[in-house]
Design a protein around this ligand. Structure first.
Ligand code: GAR
Length: 207
């Protein structure tokens, strides 16, 4: 099955959902390690589940490039087929991205509300519908090819916490579905369009 390294900075509820799903061998992916940039509460959860963990602190490195290189090395030690950024709150650099295939889950309907405060920003803007996006990670901020999205209504009286909880409920189901499908079916990306499965490309247009 596909080897997955999950990167977290927080609670790790998305990571926990992946661990649960991967307990079924038919899922097609196994979480071989969970990494973080800080003492994330989710690390203890991974340890209890018997999964290897590692921490690569930003402040322990002289600059961004060396932090990025160190993180890439720690990830590479687990030979992952896929890296899943699930609430990892730092931008990944070229050392990680050139060496690994990385997907990210984001709590908004990209390209709306990229960045660190997506839920707060959507609420402040006054949108009636927001959601979550799983996408491939490129060098931009939440700009990579979209793999899947799910819509979530903003309800009267919502604050950032209640809205984020409603998003996370559907976000983790989508993430579990996407990781399983990527692992079992493979994918192709052409002009930003992600296609799951090893389907033959369509007929090329006649000249
Ligand atoms: C998730 O909602 C994820 O989309 C978001 O942080 C939460 C992590 O929750 N990520 C970002 O905002 C990245 N910009 P979790 O730690 O419980 O999985």
């Amino acid at each position: 099955s596909a080897r997955v390294v999950v990167l977290i900075s927080g609670t790790g509820s998305n990571m926990a959902a992946l661990l649960d799903a991967a307990a079924d061998h038919l899922y097609g992916a196994e979480v071989v390690a969970v990494g973080s940039d800080r003492d994330a509460p989710g690390l203890a959860l991974a340890e209890r589940a018997g999964v290897a963990t590692f921490t690569v602190r930003f402040a322990d490195h002289p600059d961004r490039a060396r932090w990025d290189a160190a993180l890439s090395e720690r990830i590479a030690a687990f030979s992952p087929d896929l890296v899943v950024s699930a609430g990892f709150m730092r931008l990944l650099g070229p050392a990680v991205l050139d060496r690994h295939t990385v997907i990210n889950t984001h709590p908004a309907l990209l390209p709306a509300f990229p960045g660190t405060h997506a839920v707060r920003d959507a609420l402040a803007y006054g949108v009636r519908i927001t959601g979550a996006t799983v996408h491939f990670v490129d060098s931009g901020v939440d700009t990579g090819p979209v793999i899947d999205q799910v819509a979530v209504p903003v309800l009267p009286g919502d604050d950032a916490a209640s809205l984020h909880e409603r998003i996370k409920t559907v976000e983790r189901r989508m993430l579990v579905d996407v990781v399983g499908r990527l692992a079992r079916e493979g994918w192709t990306v052409e002009d930003r369009h992600v296609r799951l499965g090893s389907v033959e490309p369509g007929p090329s247009p006649s000249p």
